[in-house]
Design a protein around this ligand. Structure first.
Ligand code: ADP
Length: 411
């Protein structure tokens, strides 16, 4: 067994997964949340079948989730709670300790373009990049510090959401603003969701049995946050998120692309402060702002009830997807593969069909029966005659982080 622990740490919570990298299956996973509140919550799930596959005998019990409620003042206390859960319910980290710990870090700036062994200097750099990601990097770092205290003997590796997009050309990442202002404040496009875009594009190539280096791909990662990436031969050449994850597609609660002059207008005429505008565009826009819910399932039910605002929200969402599909076909000079992933991308056939329905001229032909099928797992949803292969590819960011962690830390 080669266990790798993956940590995805937020400001008041963290998720963890223990994977056996011999089988690439999850042995246990959990969530520690409401850190710093009077009562915190910790959930720990043992994946019995995966454990049995690694250890031999068939499991007597199905996967079970144990929940504890107790005060969890900070991330270090959260890690102690996680270790208690492993000790009480397994798998035993004392018997088979992780060989490495992988950490999701949102912002690597222009500095980190590959998974990086955490050292005190790397911690300082991640902290310094909080300037660019004030909500995310400090939370990611809190997880790293707590995890290094809990597992002082093993290598820790930081895997950056921005790293995959470090192959963007200056033409793709430069904003057309005063160059000195941009340079002194490090204003440029960075791109996010890189771990998922990398995983999905590699999984698509492997599934089709075609060399990654020869494929032109477009990947739509449509979750609560959403982004699309143009990938040429395994390298990101354009992506819809920019300086922050606010740019690009319409999302659950974020506006995506908007004329920046709207902000001047709202500040001058509506008296909104910078914080008000930040809140408006990041937390009260997108599907939520248009139709009252950030969840596409609610939008779909509302459309069935004939609610005009839900119909409009869906149309705005799809209109933007189509615009990016066309733009990225142009940037790539055509595509071999278009993939959909994450909560919406994997589960909403109407969104997939809407995004691509006008692209027949570019050789994209959806097979509606395949698209509507309730099948799970990686699958083709284009017709056999379609020049572009359209796929649904379930993403697995934890597995990708574990793979990248091991690529750096393998003893
Ligand atoms: P996150 O960005 O938080 O990781 P996910 O990738 O899990 O998000 O996507 C969550 C979103 O996926 C939900 O808000 C919802 O809009 C959408 N979603 C999840 N399941 C379905 C479904 N069965 N049908 C349509 N949309 C779904």
């Amino acid at each position: 067994m080669t266990p790798v622990l993956v940590i995805n740490s937020g400001s008041s919570s963290f998720k963890y997964q223990l994977l056996d990298m011999d089988t690439e299956r999850t042995l246990a996973s959990g969530l520690v949340e409401r850190i710093g509140e009077p009562v915190g919550v910790a959930r720990h799930t043992v994946h019995a079948a995966a454990l049995a596959a690694a250890d031999g005998p068939a499991p007597a019990v199905l996967d079970a989730t144990r929940t504890r409620e107790l005060p969890i003042p900070d991330h270090t206390a959260g890690f102690a709670v996680m270790l208690d859960a492993f000790a009480a319910h397994g798998p035993s980290l004392a018997e088979t300790p992780p060989v490495a710990v992988g950490h999701r870090v949102v912002h690597g700036g222009a500095r980190f373009f590959e998974p990086t062994l955490v050292t005190p200097l790397v911690e300082i750099n991640i902290d310094e990049l909080s300037l660019l990601a004030p909500l995310h990097n400090p939370a990611n770092l809190a997880g790293i510090v707590a995890a290094r205290a809990a597992f002082p003997e093993v290598p820790h590796v930081a895997v950056f959401d921005t790293a995959f997009h470090q192959t963007l050309s200056p033409a793709a990442y430069t904003y057309a603003i005063d160059a000195e202002v941009a340079a002194s404040h490090r204003i440029r496009r960075y791109g996010f969701h890189g771990t998922s875009h990398k995983f999905v594009s590699e999984a698509a190539a492997a599934f089709l049995g075609r060399p990654l280096g020869e494929l032109k791909q477009i990947v739509f990662h449509l979750g609560n946050g959403a982004s699309v990436t143009a990938i040429d031969g395994g390298r990101s050449i354009d992506t819809s998120m920019g300086f922050t994850p606010l740019e690009g597609l319409v999302m659950g609660t974020r506006s995506g692309d908007i004329d920046p002059a709207v902000l001047f207008q709202l500040q001058r005429r509506a008296g909104m402060s910078v914080d008000d505008l930040d809140d408006l565009l990041n937390k009260r826009s997108g599907l939520l702002g248009l139709a009252g819910s950030n969840d596409l399932r609610d939008i779909r039910s509302a459309i069935e009830r004939g609610e005009p605002r839900a119909i409009l929200a869906f149309e705005v969402y799809v209109h933007r997807l189509r615009a990016y599909a066309g733009a990225y076909l142009a940037q790539l000079g055509g595509a071999d593969v278009i993939s959909f992933t994450a909560g919406v991308g994997e589960n909403a056939p109407g969104v997939r069909a809407g995004a691509l329905e006008t692209l027949g001229f570019a050789g994209v032909e959806i097979d509606h029966a395949r698209n509507e099928s309730a099948e799970r797992g990686i699958r083709i949803i284009s017709t056999d005659a379609s020049a572009v292969t359209v796929l649904v590819v379930p993403t697995d960011e934890e597995l990708e982080i574990a793979r990248q962690t091991l690529s750096v830390a393998r003893p």
